[in-house]
Design a protein around this ligand. Sequence first.
Ligand SMILES: [Fe+2]
Ligand SMILES: [Fe+2]
Length: 165
Amino acid sequence: MPVEKIVIDALNAQMGRELEAHLQYLSISSWFDGEGLPELTKFFAAQAAEEHAHAMRFLDYIQDVGGPVEIPALAAPKHSFESAEEAVAASLAWENEVTAHIHAVLDLAIERRDHATQVFLQWFVTEQVEEVSTMSELLQVTRRAGERDLLLLEDYVARSVPTPQ
Ligand SMILES: [Fe+2]
Ligand SMILES: [Fe+2]
């Protein structure tokens, strides 16, 4: 059974959000580079690569079910931040937003009785639990370290945050 246009449109929109996340994390990574914090730079660059891989999963799936792939206009990422806390808090807010969108696309697939798309989206439901958990913890530690002790945060990122994949 071909995937309905309404579902393809929602998948294309989500692919766009993953690409926006890719750009946003690249931008945050570069901001941390400018702040002289190499571990956070590396962490967010890896996070950016992961978001690109998410977008490619959507692209492959849309192609597999007959497309068409339609990459939407992408919002420019935010490139400057007041503090490390602001950058990490923005990342957590973004992950919560992405989670809500993934759930909405899955709700649509359920409503349309589109089983293949439901199975495809399961992976993202699990992935978002991990992403939100990683960012929440990073935000807690960022707050605890405080802006004067960002080297402690660097140490934490180097030791404990699993490298995104
Ligand atoms: Fe993602
Ligand atoms: Fe993510």
